[in-house]
Design a protein around this ligand. Structure first.
Ligand code: SF4
Length: 101
């Protein structure tokens, strides 16, 4: 699926989460989209919430802002741990990441 298809003409809402169990801590995601991803002191990447706090509950998701969609998708594609999952909010179907069709 292309980024354009995922975003859709009707602006499908997407969210992203990280499986920290597979994160290598290289920081690629935080370089690509620092507004969304950040490394914590434990050396693993987490998604950030609305007020920039790191969401450390397992499987925590954060919305993907449309202007950052390409950066988030590139992060998922480049992630060496294959642990960044981007999915539709409406039906939780993964559109980018290791479990995307
Ligand atoms: S790109 Fe993937 S493996 Fe690397 S820090 Fe981010 S989530 Fe972890």
């Amino acid at each position: 699926m292309s980024v354009e298809q995922a975003a859709g003409v009707d602006g499908v809402a997407l969210e992203v989460w990280i499986d920290q169990a597979l994160c290598t801590g290289d920081g690629i995601c935080a370089q690509y989209a620092p507004e969304v991803f950040e490394l914590d002191i434990d050396g693993l990447a987490y998604v950030k919430g609305a007020d920039e706090e790191l969401l450390q509950v397992e499987g925590a998701t954060t919305p993907v802002p449309l202007p950052l969609l390409t950066d988030v998708v590139d992060s998922a594609k480049e992630c060496p741990g294959e642990c960044i999952h981007v999915r539709r909010v409406s039906d939780k179907v993964e559109v980018f990441g290791p479990d995307a069709e």
